[in-house]
Ligand binder design. Structure first.
Ligand SMILES: *[C@@H]1O[C@H](CO)[C@@H](O)[C@H](O)[C@H]1NC(C)=O
Ligand SMILES: *[C@@H]1O[C@H](CO)[C@@H](O)[C@H](O)[C@H]1NC(C)=O
Ligand SMILES: *[C@@H]1O[C@H](CO)[C@@H](O)[C@H](O)[C@H]1NC(C)=O
Ligand SMILES: *[C@@H]1O[C@H](CO)[C@@H](O)[C@H](O)[C@H]1NC(C)=O
Ligand SMILES: *[C@@H]1O[C@H](CO)[C@@H](O)[C@H](O)[C@H]1NC(C)=O
Length: 945
């Protein structure tokens, strides 16, 4: 074994040990790793594929500006709007847009204002015109000077139409044109001519309809356009509030389609006079284009022009005109259709990619809890704080690497989502989220105890969050009328804040690639619609809150670390300072100790020895238990349970002490106190002179534990286990390697490379031996073994016993067992533990002598001769005691001093002549008999008391 002078492992040493173990563990989890890495790659490639298909589709001729061959062999092509279909035209350059005549927006025939029962004015046309579609279009007016207003109104509708076929459009400027087609977002094509609806000329008195040839810039030919005449009506109202009322009522009352009363416009001439032209105009601003953009006002200027023209004509004479000649769209370059599909889908896909780390971290944490490995590590000296810090740092490292690979891969294959957005924003976002995710995993891990449930729920969360994000949250974000406050509330759920962040990246990169600019930059965080800033703040705050809460719950609930701390454990230091006597062991005992039960001489002798030892320096003895007690408080009205009632025991180095006892006797409670899993109710124990109540952390470094159940990582090999625990015990370099080799050899796991096989493939016996090896690595001075040989075949058991025998040379071993044979072989001293008390203590031989003192005589006959057998035994020894009796087989205890073995044989020989004896036997007392006797003795006492 290695040099025993090593001290407790420093933080760095523990960190190193845990890190190496974690890396090995991660390496072994092949399936998880492959899935972890393949998934993002798969999604990225899928995105690229979809993008490729979309690009291909957009590249087809039907989505590009049309072209035509100039020569027969099609060597040169000309492209342009004139060779395109209406769909293609959208992408063509338009260097010379057409001049269109200006239009006035007029209501459709069935909505034009007419007299109805809710209009107070009788000057409107009769209701019946709506049926025939012959209603006039109406303008209502008001102003400060009625006579002036009426005169101006007369000039609003311009004169008669005289078409000039060579300059058809310019001749149209002298008349008032109206259309009820919907204006579009651009005006390259005047919808009045291309919607199939008639064009109207508004005149005070109507001429017959006629039709007109209109040039079509797309088909580069002219087409016939129907031009109708509609009568223009102007009506005076006394005040602007009347006008308002009428416009509003006409619209509001029209819940049945026929009754809607729409007006072309309304004018208020205010204080207009000869020197002052002052007018306000009502127009319908409801016309919106499909994207919900603001109303297109291209048809409003005409109504302003009408009023100005009327004013000029009135004051300057009919010859003065203010012509509105044409409207013309700005020239535009050709565009290439592009759709960055990845930016649209990425929010969903990347939410999955990033979220899938969550179940990985969660299951890895729960795995160590489920298999009690955290307790095991703790018992071998790994503190809670290093465990937390190292695990956290480790998961952070894994997550960061994962994200780095992901972003780099995505950038390399050219996904715009990554390349367009500022990398520093992406880094900050991912970094904060990853930290939040790890903290959450720690938090959630405190409530799970099964890996299966944790992983199922984890993956449900991953896919559920993605889908809910895409198909629920997404719509709320895009719905501008949804209250922002509720969106922030929803973003408190980390899945949604992740989704929102990715969504914003996606939006910016989509826009960027569409308009050929960059994606999100730092300055864009202040955009009013950009949710990135709030998401970053929410995630950061959550991270800061979740992490301490997770740590706190982990300590208090202690599903994993074993020791459940008081909910106010962090106040402990404070208490300690305030009352120094709080934890000081009280060495002097008061003489008045009352025992309910009389103690056996050997037990009280041990107690006196302990009291003697406590006065001396305690370092010499490996273990001294000083009247240690454990009482579980009564629950639900049950009385308190005394698990251990004042146990005193001393153990020098080199001794193996065996604890025997029936189930529920308090053995495990005792061991748990000694290894620091539970705190004693009163009394204490000193291990190597260190108090278990205050110096457990130091004790751990010189302690080894072999728990009742095998606590192993299935994917780690035996050697890796030993290396890990060896490092925790501060073994380094050559000493470590040597210790591990020796340890493997000593438990027979060295040959045939068994030590390099994953422990999940070990047989039960091999696992047990490995656990024993773990408890012995690093030369601990005190070792606790809880039923080390349960479930082993005889060969393995002998093997194990040899290991323990060799190991006990230089250390104190406390061992619990149900196997008397084991106790006899391994233990130097035994204690029989019943009902929370040591009933007797001594080496196996002494105990047998003390409690034995009799032979056990067994005889089997046919059942009608039982009385003969009893008589036979009584004749041998009148004090013989029948201890067992069933269908012809009887067992008697015969005091040793009353019989000689030879007499017994003689008597049996004689008896054989009188009746048939099927079988008989005579045995010395075994430890088992002692055990049963002691246990029964206590029970009998309990019944009496
Ligand atoms: C109304 O306007 C006409 C024409 O300008 C003018 O002659 C008349 O005096 C005005 N009436 C009032 C009350 O100002
Ligand atoms: C048509 O308009 C042009 C230019 O304004 C003019 O020269 C021509 O005389 C007009 N023709 C008719 C028939 O008015
Ligand atoms: C409008 O004013 C004129 C003259 O002042 C008056 O005769 C008429 O009744 C008024 N109309 C309404 C609806 O008040
Ligand atoms: C304004 O225009 C819209 C769209 O044509 C129409 O539905 C609505 O009734 C109009 N409103 C009024 C007050 O005329
Ligand atoms: C136009 O009319 C409004 C409302 O009567 C008035 O407040 C404003 O001063 C007038 N403007 C001019 C230039 O007279």
């Amino acid at each position: 074994m290695a040099d025993s002078s090593h001290g407790p492992a420093s933080f760095m040493v523990q960190a190193n040990a845990l890190l190496r173990k974690n890396l090995t563990f991660q390496k072994r989890n092949l399936r998880t790793n492959i899935r972890l890495i393949a998934f993002p790659f798969f999604l990225c490639l899928l995105l690229v594929l979809i993008q490729h298909l979309v690009d291909n589709e957009l590249d087809k001729p039907k989505n590009k500006c049309g072209c035509s061959c100039v020569d027969t062999r099609c060597e040169t092509k000309v492209c342009g709007i004139e060779y395109s279909t209406l769909d293609q035209a959208f992408t063509c350059p338009v260097p010379h847009p057409v001049n269109w005549p200006p239009f006035l927006q007029i209501p459709a025939p069935e909505f034009r204002a007419s007299r109805t029962d809710f209009t107070p004015f009788l000057d409107l046309p009769d209701d019946s015109c709506k049926m025939t579609g012959s209603c006039p279009v109406t303008i209502i007016l008001t102003g400060g000077n009625q006579s002036l207003g009426q005169s101006l109104a007369g000039n609003l509708f311009m004169g008669a139409f005289s078409p000039n076929s060579s300059h058809i459009f310019s001749s149209l400027t002298s008349v008032l044109l109206g259309s009820y087609s919907e204006p579009k977002i651009t005006n390259f094509l005047e919808p009045a001519f291309f919607s199939g609806l008639p064009v109207y000329i508004i005149q005070p008195q109507c001429a017959p309809n006629f039709s007109l040839s209109v040039p079509d810039p797309i088909a580069s030919e002219t087409r016939q356009q129907e031009v109708r005449c509609v009568q223009g009506l102007h009506l005076w109202r006394n005040s602007s509030s009347e006008v308002n009322d009428e416009l509003y009522k006409g619209y509001q009352q029209g819940n049945s389609e026929r009754k809607i009363n729409e007006f072309v416009a309304a004018y208020d001439f205010l204080d207009t006079n000869e020197h002052n032209f002052n007018v306000s105009i009502w127009y319908n601003s409801t016309y919106k284009n499909d994207n919900g953009n603001p109303p297109n006002l291209v048809r409003v200027p005409r109504s302003v022009n009408m009023a100005s023209n009327a004013y000029l004509q009135f004051f300057r004479g009919a010859g003065t005109k203010m012509l509105f000649e044409f409207v013309k769209e700005m020239p535009k370059p050709g565009i290439k259709l592009s759709l960055d599909f990845s930016s649209l889908l990425s929010a969903l896909f990347f939410t999955w990619v990033i979220l899938q780390l969550f179940p990985v971290i969660l299951t890895s944490l729960v795995y160590e809890k489920e298999r009690n490995l955290r307790i095991m590590m703790k018992m071998h000296g790994l503190g809670d704080d290093p465990y937390w810090m190292i695990s956290y740092a480790y998961f952070l490292f894994i997550s960061l690497t994962y994200m780095l690979v992901f972003v780099m891969f995505g950038s390399l294959i050219g996904i715009k989502f990554f390349t367009l957005n500022d990398y520093s924003i992406q880094f900050v976002f991912y970094f904060i989220y990853i930290n939040l995710q790890i903290s959450l995993a720690f938090l959630v891990a405190t409530v799970f105890s099964k890996v299966k449930t944790a992983s199922v729920i984890g993956y449900i969360c991953v896919f559920g969050s993605g889908l809910l994000g895409r198909f629920l949250f997404h719509f709320f974000v895009e719905d501008a009328s949804f209250p922002r406050g509720w969106i922030i509330v929803m973003e408190l759920y980390p899945g949604f804040s992740l989704y929102r962040g990715l969504y914003e990246f996606g939006q910016y990169s989509f826009l960027g690639s569409y308009m050929g600019i960059d994606g999100m930059q730092w300055k864009d965080l202040s955009d009013s619609t950009n949710g990135m800033e709030e998401v970053l703040i929410i995630m950061f705050v959550e991270w800061m809150v979740v992490l301490p809460v997770a740590y706190y719950l982990d300590q208090v609930l202690a599903l994993g670390s074993g020791v459940r701390k008081h909910p106010l454990f962090f106040m402990e230091k404070f208490w300690k300072k305030r009352s120094p006597s709080f934890r000081r062991p009280s060495l002097r005992r008061q003489g008045s100790r009352v025992f309910v039960q009389m103690e056996k001489a050997d037990v009280s002798q041990e107690r006196e020895k302990v009291e003697q030892l406590l006065l001396e320096p305690r370092v010499n003895h490996a273990i001294i238990c000083d009247n240690i007690k454990k009482v579980y408080p009564g629950k639900d009205g049950n009385p308190e349970k005394f698990a251990v009632r004042g146990l005193s025991l001393s153990l020098p180095r080199g001794e193996c002490f065996g604890i025997l006892g029936p189930n529920g006797a308090g053995k495990t409670s005792f061991i748990n106190m000694m290894i620091g899993l539970i705190t004693p109710t009163s009394g204490t124990a000193f291990v190597q002179g260190l108090d278990i109540r205050t110096d457990m952390d130091k004790i751990y470094t010189s302690m080894g534990v072999c728990p009742q159940h095998d606590l192993l990582w299935e994917t780690l090999t035996g050697r890796e286990h030993l290396l890990f625990y060896g490092r925790l015990k501060n073994l380094k370099g050559a000493a470590l390697t040597q210790a591990v080799e020796e340890s493997l050899k000593s438990v027979n796991l060295f040959h045939g490379g068994v030590g390099d096989k994953q422990s999940g493939k070990y047989s039960g016996g091999m696992k047990r031996r490995l656990n024993v090896a773990i408890s012995l690595i690093g030369d601990p001075k005190v070792v606790y073994m809880d039923e080390p040989s349960t479930g082993l075949d005889p060969a393995s058991r002998n093997n194990l016993w040899n290991v323990v025998k060799r190991a006990k040379q230089d250390r104190a071993i406390i061992l619990t067992t149900h196997s008397m044979e084991e106790a006899e072989v391994l233990c130097d001293r035994l204690g029989i533990f019943v009902d929370g008390n040591l009933q007797c203590i001594g080496n196996p031989k002494e105990l047998k002598a003390r409690y034995g003192g009799s032979y056990v005589f067994t005889m089997t006959t046919s059942s009608n001769q039982e009385d003969d057998v009893e008589n036979l035994v009584r004749s041998l020894s009148p004090n013989a005691n029948k201890i067992y009796h069933i269908s012809g087989t009887q067992k008697f205890e015969i005091p040793k001093q009353e019989v000689k073995i030879a007499d017994v044989f003689q008597a049996v020989e004689n008896a054989k002549k009188m009746f048939t004896i099927h079988a008989w036997g005579l045995a010395d007392t075994t430890l088992e008999d002692v055990f049963i006797k002691v246990a029964q003795g206590v029970q009998a006492l309990n019944v009496l008391s």
